[in-house]
Design a protein around this ligand. Structure first.
Ligand code: SAM
Ligand code: SF4
Length: 358
């Protein structure tokens, strides 16, 4: 496969990456890969713009799932004290301060296995309406959901739904046993039946192989249209979880993953998420050059819970201004995202993860 620079100047939106072509791309000499990713980035995005999101843990801890990286799983003693569902007023207050700090998207995270049709979900829908009324994009990450629940979130004005595939189908079952990869893909399919944009990505540093990382990108690229935002998390090691002692992810692995994700998912927002605090300013700048155009920031030094640290609004404002990057306004693309332009076509979503194997 010719991977010459002009290939990347004419980057197209593809759903048929083979593992072999992904390996060849990923293993391109690093600075050449960064150059090519930067070229693709400029074709699809304003390279001087950074989308900034703020995560709010609206219901913390005591999650029944056993995700082996997660501080909120009730299976591990991580020191996170469970908290009930937050009041809407408090969520709107935090969102207002985020908006004043230049944040364009607020992500409401609940440590749930799945959405249930009960008063708590009704309260979350009220939070979505309240934060949307502030003129901000709202994302929810609430676990698995069905079509009817996705529709209710759409009617409430939800802009994005996060549901990460985390890794390859094969590796996934070694890190989580209380649900399947197909469960994750099914939820993505339910969201794809609405106008809510998709946010789906994963984590590196779980003990996966490079092939697992590439199979995750292969899965995401087979979703039509591609997820509008793709979070790439670096494992944030949480004491008490099975992954607490994992080795660090080498910084060049992070840059490679961002650059490869950019080329494979040209129109998606590639978000440098958990673990960004472990990167120095220079490494972050290289990731932004390679196409990471979205970050989480926070008014406290925590991302979602006290177990996962986050850079602060002030720190990020300093870094972005030093790099000549400005903050993206909310709804820059209107209610939908360019990646949804293809929405006219039938949208498919993988129900069978084995469909991507190989
Ligand atoms: N309960 C919801 C779910 O599982 O979909 C929301 C989970 S969490 C707030 C959203 C994502 O953050 C997870 O799917 C995972 O990819 C990522 N994440 C959670 N803990 C992490 C950690 N310790 N390090 C890196 N990423 C993490
Ligand atoms: Fe629960 Fe989500 Fe954490 Fe898994 S990642 S333990 S589902 S909160």
């Amino acid at each position: 496969m010719d991977l010459g620079p002009d290939t990347f100047m004419t980057a197209e939106i593809r759903n048929n990456w083979t593992l072999e072509s992904l390996r060849e791309l990923h293993d391109t000499p690093l600075l050449e890969l960064v150059f090519r990713a930067a070229a693709v980035h400029r074709r699809f995005h304003d390279p001087a713009e950074m989308q900034v999101s703020k995560l709010i843990s609206i219901k913390t801890g005591a999650c029944p799932e056993d995700c082996s990286y997660c501080a909120q799983s009730s299976r591990y003693s991580t020191g996170i004290s469970p908290e009930r569902l937050m009041e809407k007023e408090k969520v709107v207050e935090i969102a207002q301060r985020a908006r004043d700090a230049g944040v364009s998207r607020v992500c409401l995270g609940a440590a749930w296995r799945e959405v249930k049709d009960n008063a708590q979900f009704d309260r979350v829908l009220e939070m979505v309406r309240g934060v949307t009324d502030l003129g901000m994009e709202v994302c929810c990450t609430l676990g698995m959901l069905n079509e009817q629940q996705a529709k209710r979130l759409e009617e409430a004005g939800l802009y994005a739904y996060n549901h990460n595939v985390d890794s390859s189908a094969e590796f996934y079952e070694t890190i989580i046993t209380t649900r399947t990869y197909a469960d994750r893909l099914k939820t993505l399919g339910e969201v794809r039946k609405t106008n809510v944009t998709l946010c789906s990505g994963g984590i590196i540093g779980l003990g996966e192989t490079v092939d697992d990382r590439l199979k995750m990108l292969q899965t995401l690229a087979r979703i039509e249209p591609h997820p509008e935002s793709v979070p790439i998390n670096i494992l944030s090691k949480v004491a008490g979880t099975p992954m607490a002692e994992n080795p660090d992810v080498p910084v060049w692995d992070v840059v490679r993953m961002i650059a490869t994700a950019r080329i494979v998912l040209p129109r998606s927002d590639v978000r440098l998420t958990a673990g960004r605090i472990t990167l120095d300013d220079t490494a972050q700048a290289l990731c932004f050059l390679a196409g990471a155009n979205s970050i989480f920031s926070s008014e406290t030094e925590f991302m979602l819970t006290k177990a996962v640290p986050s850079p602060s609004y002030d720190r990020d404002r300093e870094l972005l201004s030093a790099l000549g990057l400005r903050l993206r306004e909310p709804f820059k693309h209107g209610r939908t995202h360019p990646a949804q332009e293809a929405r006219g076509t039938a949208t498919t979503c993988l129900a069978d993860p084995c469909a991507v194997a190989g």
